[in-house]
Design a protein around this ligand. Structure first.
Ligand code: IVH
Length: 663
């Protein structure tokens, strides 16, 4: 390829990548697979390496991170980033509304507000000149912040170039999604590093890294809630405009006519906050009209036209009654505090994780201590700190036992690791946890085999590993307590239905240490069959972009064990798919998930599911938000109601048929 060809190719790749990155990171609606995206990206990187003079400053490849810094520069914000006054309850919210109406000389008329989620992250300012991102900074003390442009460039939803060549400052909240927060902490724990106390600290810690490569490895995101520059009449217009320019704004934002609608919004989100993939700590209410905002003005620290309604903190005080030990599927022993039950944000909490021996030591936790506990989203409650002033002297030190509380074999703590393990693979606790994990929705999605069923199966020695599941009979199940013919059939059917999951699901389901869903899918993209992984070497796996040395050696260790080969061979013999058929022919249903309910007239369900698969789609047995279509046959079951509730598209068998034929 000569230079002018390369130039053209770079331009077209850049355009494609930007388009798909916007769909993926900003609009949350990807249309191509991650693999296809990666391919574009790698092609671009390759060309830019060959022709460095052609790589543009705002190329998507520039996000991966520049050189480490020695120190952050302090910058002065042109307009200070103010904070907000708080309302702790509805009375204080009413008082705010009254002040606003008084300030605007209104009587009983309703004020138009914009209600937004108050993200629990950290405030960021982004400067654009002629549509180019030129500087990003933290809020700091409001007047002065730290310049962290390089790090902010690693956040994919921050546009490097705007749709219009405007000068503007955008402000928003950077945050770490809850699942990434949990994954990051897990990773830190295995690496022997201290955990982050909450997602906000994790986001702040990630952005204040001198080496942007570290920031790039943390999947931070940002919602923009403020724009300085455009000449408009309303805050809601600015938000629309910001979205048009390419910024990610929070879709859960509403214009409210008067305080009663604001209250409805607050109540709705106070209830739904646990369902969000990120942490929020309240609602921000802003007067929508700019002329009205101007009339109201500011106090020394905050605008008079906005207020932050704070949710009740999800922290509470209670006593640690005792410390139990839990054995995980990889044998990790986790100390868990049994608490005097206490209400935290509407949920009664009885247990909190203490993570590991070092965390107990670091927080100086003793049995009998008064502690502050905290809950975030669906993450397991944690002990934040000990209230030492309340100690009586009767508290007892916690000692990590020498033997497994379940199988009594000797425990082992590898040097440099924080986690103590039971290394007896036959330990019943581990067996149960491995089978439970195998059946979860994200793994093999075996709907009718929940934790209680697994307990029964293992305790009655019907199942001692995951391959045994596929040999179960209805008769065996019917011999168990609480099982009748129908429930036994459901279990068997859901096990049989799981045989055809894509191989990345199976790889994840096997519960290999450090192999999460992302790693599993990366590996599966590079190998057609799980059998290709037998005798794999870490060095070979490390060549896969995104797989580090620790993960690679964990996978090597797993596949070095002959028992694991046998397990996979038994699964294969039972008809579990261990090889992905590579895509053939057109793929019109690509990445679309289908669920069938009720009776089908034209074909049997397994046939319909096979058809979906052959056209690139994924059949699934349960409805979730990820489901694209529910195909409803005659007498549809409970899936129908669930799909309706989740807003999943419901189609008839006929419509399904024409969808395929169109293809
Ligand atoms: S508006 C003058 N909107 O809350 C307007 N702030 O307590 C200032 N925050 O420093 C901010 N979500 O870090 C605004 N939708 C939202 C927000 C939000 C979170 C944070 C922000 C600010 C703090 C004020």
């Amino acid at each position: 390829m000569d230079k002018s060809q390369a130039k053209q190719k770079i331009a077209s790749l850049t355009k494609q990548i930007k388009h798909h990155a916007d769909l993926y990171y900003t609009k949350d609606k990807p249309v191509i697979s991650d693999q296809e995206y990666d391919q574009f990206f790698r092609q671009l990187q390759k060309l830019e390496k060959e022709f460095p003079e052609l790589s543009a400053e705002d190329s998507p490849s520039q996000r991966v991170g520049g050189k480490p810094l020695k120190l952050f520069k302090t910058i002065t914000h042109k307009t200070p980033l103010l904070s907000l006054d708080n309302a702790m309850n509805f009375e204080e919210l009413e008082a705010f509304d009254e002040r606003v109406r008084k300030g605007l000389g209104l009587g009983e008329e309703r004020v138009e507000y914009v209600a937004e989620l108050k993200m629990d992250g950290l405030a960021i300012s982004l400067l654009y000149k002629h549509g180019k991102f030129v500087q990003g900074a933290t809020r700091g003390d409001g007047k002065n912040g730290e310049e962290i442009t390089q790090n902010l460039k690693t956040i994919r939803s921050i546009p490097l170039t705007l749709a219009e060549p405007v000068d503007l400052e955008a402000r928003g909240e950077a945050y770490l999604p809850l699942k990434d927060f949990a994954a990051l902490n897990e990773e830190r724990e295995t690496a022997g590093e201290p955990r982050f106390a909450n997602p906000r600290n994790a986001a702040a810690g990630s952005l204040r890294q001198l080496d942007p490569k570290i920031t790039a490895s943390r999947p931070l995101d940002i919602f923009i809630y403020f724009g300085l520059g455009p000449d408009m009449k309303k805050h809601s217009d600015v938000l629309d405009y910001l979205a048009q320019l390419g910024f990610k704004t929070n879709p859960n934002t509403e214009i409210c006519s008067g305080l009663s609608e604001v209250k409805n919004f607050v109540e709705k989100w106070e209830e739904k906050r646990d369902k969000l993939p990120y942490e929020i700590d309240g609602i921000v209410v802003k007067v929508n009209s700019f002329p009205d905002q101007k009339k109201l003005g500011f106090t020394a620290r905050a605008p008079r036209w906005a207020i932050a309604y704070k949710f009740a903190p999800r922290q509470a005080e209670t006593i640690i009654e005792k410390i139990d030990l839990q054995v995980g599927r990889t044998g990790a022993i986790t100390p868990v505090a049994k608490l005097s039950p206490v209400k935290v944000g509407g949920v009664t909490v009885k247990r909190a994780t203490l993570h590991n021996e070092d965390e107990v030591k670091r927080k100086e936790i003793k049995i009998g201590d008064y502690v502050k506990i905290q809950r975030a989203g669906d993450v397991i409650p944690e002990v934040v700190s000990v209230i030492k002033a309340k100690r009586t002297g009767d508290e007892k030190e916690f000692q990590m036992p020498k033997h497994c509380p379940v199988c009594n074999s000797e425990l082992y703590r590898p040097e440099g690791e924080a986690i103590t393990r039971c290394i007896n693979a036959a330990c019943p606790a581990q067996v149960k946890e491995r089978i439970r994990h195998f059946c979860t929705r994200e793994a093999m999605d075996i709907e009718h085999v929940g934790p209680a069923v697994v307990d029964q199966l293992v305790e009655h020695k019907l199942v001692k590993d995951v391959a045994d599941l596929y040999g179960l009979t209805t008769k065996e199940l019917e011999s168990l307590a609480r099982f009748a013919e129908k429930s036994a059939r459901n279990v068997i059917d859901s096990i049989q239905n799981s045989k055809d999951r894509p191989s990345d699901r199976l790889l994840y389901a096997l519960g290999i240490r450090m192999v999460g869903r992302i790693v599993a899918s990366l590996i599966a993209q590079h190998y057609d069959s799980l059998e290709d992984l037998f005798d794999i070497k870490a060095g070979e796996l490390e060549k896969i972009h995104g797989i580090g040395d620790k993960v690679a050696s964990s996978v090597e260790r797993f596949f070095a064990q002959k028992e694991n080969h046998k397990l996979i061979e038994r699964l294969k013999k039972d008809g579990v798919r261990i090889t992905d058929q590579k895509a053939k022919g057109p793929q019109p249903l690509k990445n679309k998930t289908f669920v069938f309910t009720g009776g089908l007239a034209m074909m049997a369900r397994p046939e319909a599911e096979e058809l979906v698969r052959s056209l690139g789609g994924h059949p699934s047995s349960s409805v979730s938000k990820q489901t694209d279509y529910l195909v409803a046959g005659t007498e549809p079951g409970t899936k129908y109601e669930k799909a309706k509730k989740l807003g999943v598209k419901i189609i008839s068998e006929k419509e399904f048929d024409s969808l395929i034929k169109k293809a």
